[in-house]
Ligand binder design. Structure first.
Ligand code: ADP
Ligand code: MG
Length: 476
């Protein structure tokens, strides 16, 4: 059981096909497929991966053509239209004898779509079972995603307040509520919190929560099974419809069309709609104008990137819930370093805690750095000279253009030197390269700046702390 959790999406390979290929070849194919699949997974995200790639089975390779099978014709067409090209490209990078990929439908009896047991729990077989129950229609909610567990700070307070408002109202305060923000910033968490809260406090209201991808999948299945009347009825009789990651249906015209009609029907009946996306309605590409304007009609709430304070707050709250003793220094360190999003932050914390429990040692800054070495290094690599200039300028309250200017006043020259010093410390750029980025200065100027800053750090505590703070922020 444990191993299934560890590898929720391990792609399959059919080792039973004993075509002329030897086992070694098959083994190699398996490895290549794993690499390709993992690559794609990072590109298309976990949900799409689970829906479309997970059910694929590699059959073998013949004359440079790899054959992959999927459970249904629909999936075959979908895979061909959306993933085949990229898959071929990625696979060719692993194996240059590959000529192409062929996607075929499992040669199983045609009853598979109606009553296949949910073996392996593939999306395809589970999805095509027709269920009349609205509870089944909704995706399960994650019990941890509640309002209580959501740490509120400047970047998300507005979205949080809007979500609470929708959850606590017994009417429709604004329609739709449109939540948007980057990946891992808490959109799904807030959506689940709303759904959970309404289900608990107003059990008579029907709440459906699902991803836009699932919405589309259901719709297309209904089309295929000529079952669209049921589909429409199911959706149009709910009180609260929540669709997560709506950017997924951008560019998918018929799904958008259906969504638009569902949307209008529900709004006209005074039902609540909640939507999330990775961009604002107007920034979503491939969305029809009339849909965009409807999405803009309600309340649009943006979840901004995390700040240091919010990250620290989240870490404190999560550490407390884990019941682990975490030195404040470690939490501060993580809050400085892991800045991408909350998901990554949680992952880092969990790793540190798991490690300390496994080896039975207390958590310290050293063990933390050790355990997270790969993650931290990946973060380090991202620092650019432009970012350094920006951070330093804002820290010392000078203009970014002063980083390039010829002005020599101490008030701008010192920050510029600090930025050069940090560029030397944090990037792999050479002195001449750094000089060029600072208004075409000579490499000796950069060298002088580095020395000057080193000297000041030794003698001026406040200055030293400033630089250290900047360094840690940039490394984050
Ligand atoms: P999104 O849907 O925006 O990509 P999620 O809602 O899945 O992001 O959030 C990713 C993870 O981070 C989840 O485990 C979620 O509980 C957690 N998370 C995000 N924001 C917060 C927050 N403000 N407080 C507590 N946990 C959060
Ligand atoms: Mg999400």
């Amino acid at each position: 059981m444990e191993s299934m959790r560890d590898m929720p999406g391990k792609p399959q390979i059919d080792t039973s096909t004993s075509n002329q290929s030897k086992n070694g070849v098959q083994e190699e194919l398996l490895q290549q497929w794993e690499l390709v699949a993992n690559h794609l997974r990072a590109e298309i995200g976990e949900a799409s991966f689970q829906s479309w790639l997970r059910p694929m089975t590699v059959r073998g390779m013949e004359n440079g053509i790899v054959t992959i099978s999927v459970p249904t014709r629909f999936m075959r067409d979908w895979a061909a239209a959306h993933y085949q090209e990229r898959m071929t490209e990625l696979w060719r990078a692993e194996n240059n004898s590959l000529q192409g990929i062929e996607v075929v439908v499992h040669s199983a009896p045609s009853t598979e779509t109606t009553d296949a047991p949910a073996k392996r729990g593939t999306v395809a077989s589970a999805e095509t079972r027709r269920d009349q129950h609205k509870d089944d229609l909704s995706a399960p909610l994650d019990g941890r995603f509640t309002f209580d567990q959501f740490v509120v700070g400047k970047p998300n307070e507005f979205a949080y307040a809007a979500a609470r408002r929708v959850a606590e109202a017994d009417s429709v305060p604004f329609n739709p509520l449109f939540l948007y923000g980057g990946v891992g910033l808490g959109k799904t968490h807030l959506m689940h919190a709303i759904a959970g809260h309404i289900r608990q406090s107003q059990p008579e209201r029907t709440v459906i929560y699902m991803s836009a991808e699932k919405f589309m999948y259901r719709f297309v299945s209904a089309l295929r099974e000529q079952n669209t009347v049921d589909f429409k009825q199911q959706f149009r009789s709910v009180d609260v419809l929540m669709i997560d990651d709506v950017q997924f249906i951008a560019g998918k015209d018929s799904t958008q069309e259906e969504f638009f009609h569902t949307f209008n029907a529900l709004v006209d009946q005074g039902r609540q709609i909640v939507i999330s996306a990775d961009k604002s309605p107007s920034d979503l590409e491939g969305m029809e104008e009339r849909l965009v304007s409807r999405l803009n009609c309600g309340l649009v709430a943006d979840i901004h990137a995390t700040t240091y304070e919010l990250r620290l707050g989240i870490l404190q709250s999560k550490a407390h819930k884990l019941g682990t003793e975490m030195p404040p220094k470690v939490l501060e360190f993580l809050a400085h370093k892991i800045t991408a999003n909350v998901r990554e932050l949680e992952g880092a914390l969990n790793r540190v805690v798991a490690h300390s429990q496994l080896v039975g040692r207390d958590i310290s800054l050293e063990t933390t750095q050790d355990v997270l070495r790969d993650l931290l290094r990946a973060n380090d690599r991202r620092v650019t000279i432009e970012e350094i200039q920006k951070q330093v300028a804002s820290h010392f309250n000078v203009r970014i253009s002063d980083m390039h200017s010829a002005r020599r006043a101490r008030s701008v020259a010192r920050p510029r030197q600090v930025a050069m010093y940090l560029a030397k410390q944090l990037t792999s750029r050479s002195l001449p390269e750094i000089g060029r980025k600072f208004g075409g200065r000579d490499h000796t100027t950069v060298m002088h700046a580095v020395r000057k800053v080193e000297e000041l750090r030794e003698h001026d505590t406040t200055f030293n702390e400033d630089v250290e703070l900047l360094r840690r922020m940039l490394e984050g």
